[in-house]
Write a protein that binds this ligand. Structure first.
Ligand SMILES: [Cu+2]
Length: 153
């Protein structure tokens, strides 16, 4: 007699528990939709990396684009055509810091000196024809800002 009562009561509590968890049941369904929205914001980070990969504007032959940011050129190497005029589109992105682009030949002689100006601002430098060879482009104000300019093939 006693045993059947125990069984009955435990069965009753089991039913109660089932009813309780049944009430909480709908709670777990919310987990699924939250997974999808978390993935979508990722593409927005592309905006920060985009400016670095800016191609030569206009696509005109011989045009060079170089920028200065945090007292450094954004490129270590530039290429220009030989024996023909070309343009350096210089983008000084350093607010309140003066930069320019000057060109030295392999002997260290200055063959071109662009106007020094404060950022943020841009200038297009017209450079006279250079003979084929390796040159150095530098910022007159900051000797640590150096890169290689390859003229011709
Ligand atoms: Cu500089």
């Amino acid at each position: 007699m006693r045993r059947t009562l125990l069984v009955l009561t435990s069965a009753a509590t089991a039913l109660l528990l089932a009813a309780c968890s049944g009430a909480e049941g709908p709670g777990w369904t919310y987990a699924a939709p939250t997974v999808a929205p978390a993935v979508t914001p990722a593409p927005s980070t592309d905006a920060t990396t985009a400016p670095e990969v800016t191609p030569v504007p206009g696509g005109e032959t011989g045009d060079i684009a170089v920028a200065a940011l945090n007292v450094a050129f954004d490129k270590a190497e530039l290429t220009a055509p030989a024996d023909t005029k070309f343009t350096i589109n210089f983008d000084n992105q350093d607010a309140g810091i003066p930069h320019n682009v000057a060109i030295k030949d392999s002997m260290g002689m200055l063959v071109f000196t662009g106007e020094i100006f404060n950022g943020p601002a841009q200038k297009a430098y017209a450079v006279d024809p250079l003979a084929a060879g390796d040159y150095q482009f530098v910022c007159t104000v900051h000797p640590n800002m150096i890169g290689t300019l390859k003229v011709g093939g």
